[in-house]
Design a protein around this ligand. Sequence first.
Ligand code: HPA
Ligand code: ZN
Length: 334
Amino acid sequence: MSSSLLTLPKAELHIHIEGSLEPEMMFALAQRNGLSLPYDSVEAVRAAYQFENLQSFLDLYYAGAQVLQTEQDFYDLTWAYLQKCAAQSVRHTEIFFDPQTHTDRGIPFPVVLNGITQALRDGRERLGVSSGLILCFLRHLSAEAAMATLEAALPYGDHFLAVGLDSSEMGHPPAKFQAVFDRARAEGLLTVAHAGEEGPPEYIWEALRLLKVSRIDHGVRCVEDPALVDFLVEHQIPLTVCPLSNVKLCVFDQIAHHNLKHLLDLGLCVTVNSDDPAYFGGYMAENMAAITNALPLTSQDLVTLAQNSFKAAFLSDDQRQGFLEEIAQAAAVT
Ligand code: HPA
Ligand code: ZN
């Protein structure tokens, strides 16, 4: 496999910015903010990253996010991630953030938003990384809390591409948030949702029918329902698949057993993403390398994954076309 295929221009469409908090930064921010952590060292933090399922990860992820307190903290977090993008040929990124994780502990919404958006602006100007923001609701909290979060965010609506749905999937079906998503769409926002990571195919159907999502985040359990696969293929609904995440959270027991190649062969619009790179062992390049090493992917599959990432992105037709031409040129010389 040519290494230049791994460095094709790509878009990342499934990254939780709070999940890019590396242990080194966690310690630095804790010190800056006068907080103590329940770990002795960076190595001890990394050693704790052994997860049995989504919930066991989320418990540590929400605890880690407590060190994020000031606008500068959110700026530094986002800037560090954007530098990774620039180094790994990620030319466009659509970033999730979880306002409730911060507002519920007293951090004002504008502090979170300003820090992130200033870093995104600098990333565009200084790194050439284009970007957008997706506001996610925490599905383990109530629909009323999600609606209040949306109402508080709407005055800043110009800063968002879309709303999304994350956190504990089981027991919190998309239907719970139908009214919130109706309101977001009425305000002109696009919608996405995590579905079919741990949850059943029925949750993917609900996300499509009730939340009218443009993409499914994860979606790997769609294969359990052939009619659903047919629908996703026919409408080319993108799946933002996160290979290293799926192994770390035990959705698949090892990367060689991941169904990404099968999903591609079914004709689904599959994309590769890092989800929570600081917790799951890697960013875009590490995910690409892992699947390339473990799965029987062809050169064409890698080109298709890069193309899909831009086809699935919330870009203008002109922007999309520009990126697709860059891929065609890069693929032609490999
Ligand atoms: N699934 C659900 N919620 C999340 C995830 C995930 O993979 N990462 C961060 N929040
Ligand atoms: Zn996710």
